[in-house]
Design a protein around this ligand. Structure first.
Ligand SMILES: C[S@@+](CC[C@H](N)C(=O)[O-])C[C@H]1O[C@@H](n2cnc3c(N)ncnc32)[C@H](O)[C@@H]1O
Length: 309
C-alpha cells in the first residue's frame, strides 16, 4: 500500500472549520492523507505543521505535500512535544489541531516492523525506530506479572495471565524474536478463531504496541498541554480507535467543558476552574457503513471535536 486511506476525511475537515489564513497542526501526519485535504483549504498565508515520529511516514508525506500554495513545515517529533515544536517555530497558538491516533496501513503492511499478526516479521513495533526498547525486548525481559499487566491493561485481554505465563515459559526455551513465534504462543492458549470473532492475537498485539510506543502516556501529556496551544475559537479534532483512547479523549473533553468543580455546599468558588473547550458534537462521530465497506480499518474510529473558548 502506497498511502494510508484517511478516516472520516469530510467530517474531520468540517470539524476543523478551516480558516484559509490560519495555522493548522496535523499531529500524526502518517502519509499525509488528512493533511493533503487540509492544505487544499489553506491559502498562501496559511501554514500547515505536520508531526510524526516515523521517518518513513515523514518522507512520504513530505513528497506528497510539496508544491502546495500554503507553507508546510514537516517536523519529526512526538505530538506529546507539540508545545516545544511550536516554541521552536516561534508560534504561541494555532487555529486547529488534528490528532489521528493508531497505526497507518503503511506501517501495518509495508514497514516490516512487526505490527501485524498476519505477517512473519521481527517483533519490533516501534513507530519511532530510535526508541529504546522493541516489543521483542519487552516480551523477553519483563516479568510474568508485568507482561500480564500490559496485556490486561492495554489489550483488555481476558487470558492475560495464562498468555504471560506461556510467554515466560517459551522464552526460556528460545528468545521470542518474531511475530509468528508470539502468535503461535497466543493461539495455543486461546479458543479457536471462530469462537472469538477476532484473531486471538488482536488484543495482545494492540497491548504490546501501546506499551512499546508509550501511546497512552503520550496521549495524556498531549491532552494536558493542548488547551494552552489553541487560539480562542480554534478547534481540536481527535480520531481514536480503541476503548482506552476513546475513554481518555471523552473524559478530557467533558472535563474541559466544566465550569466550577467545587462541592455544591461551598459558599463560593475556590477552584477557579475556567471552561477551556466546548464540544462541537456531544456524541462521537463514527464512520458510515459505506466508509467501513471501502476501508475496514475505519471500523473502530470515533471522532471527537472541541472548540477553544
Ligand atoms: C493513523 S496514522 C495517521 C494517518 C494520517 N492521518 C493519514 O491520513 O495518512 C498515525 C500516525 O501517527 C504516528 N505516531 C504515532 N505515535 C506518534 C507520536 N507520539 N507523535 C507523532 N506521531 C505519532 C504514526 O507513526 C502514524 O504515522
Amino acid at each position: 500500500m502506497e498511502f494510508h486511506e484517511p478516516v472520516l476525511v469530510e467530517e474531520v475537515l468540517e470539524a476543523l472549520s478551516i480558516d484559509p489564513h490560519g495555522i493548522y497542526v496535523d499531529a500524526t501526519l502518517g502519509t499525509g492523507g488528512h493533511s493533503s485535504r487540509i492544505l487544499k483549504r489553506l491559502g498562501a498565508s496559511g501554514l500547515l505543521i505536520g508531526l510524526d515520529v516515523d521517518p518513513l511516514a515523514l518522507e512520504r508525506a513530505g513528497q506528497r505535500l510539496s508544491g502546495a500554495e500554503a507553507r508546510v513545515e514537516v517536523v519529526r517529533s512526538s505530538y506529546a512535544d507539540l508545545d516545544l515544536v511550536l516554541e521552536r517555530l516561534g508560534i504561541k497558538r494555532v487555529q486547529g489541531v488534528l490528532l489521528d491516533l493508531g497505526i497507518s496501513s503503511y506501517q501495518l503492511e509495508a514497514s516490516g516492523r512487526g505490527f501485524s499478526f498476519s505477517r512473519d516479521e521481527p517483533l519490533d513495533m516501534r513507530m519511532d525506530p530510535d526508541r529504546a526498547a522493541t516489543a521483542a525486548q519487552l516480551v523477553n525481559t519483563l516479568s510474568e506479572r508485568e507482561l500480564a499487566d500490559i496485556l490486561k491493561k492495554f489489550g483488555e485481554e481476558p487470558r492475560a495471565k495464562s498468555i504471560a505465563r506461556a510467554i515466560v515459559k517459551e522464552r526460556k526455551r528460545e528468545p521470542i524474536r518474531t511475530t509468528f513465534q508470539l502468535v503461535k504462543i497466543i493461539e495455543s492458549h486461546s479458543p479457536p478463531r471462530g469462537a472469538l470473532g477476532k484473531h486471538p492475537a488482536t488484543r495482545a498485539f494492540q497491548a504490546l504496541r501501546i506499551a512499546t510506543n508509550r501511546e497512552l502516556e503520550n496521549l495524556n501529556s498531549f491532552l494536558e498541554k493542548i488547551p494552552g496551544l489553541i487560539e480562542k475559537g480554534g478547534r481540536l479534532v481527535i480520531l481514536s480507535y480503541h476503548s482506552l483512547e476513546h475513554r481518555m479523549v471523552k473524559r478530557a473533553m467533558v472535563e474541559w467543558e466544566k465550569e466550577c468543580t467545587c462541592p455544591k455546599d461551598f459558599p463560593h468558588c475556590v477552584c477557579d476552574k475556567e471552561v477551556l473547550f466546548k464540544r462541537v458534537n456531544k456524541r462521537a462521530i463514527m464512520p458510515a457503513d459505506r466508509e467501513i465497506k471501502r476501508n475496514p480499518r475505519a471500523r473502530s474510529a470515533q471522532l471527537r471535536a472541541a472548540e477553544r473558548v
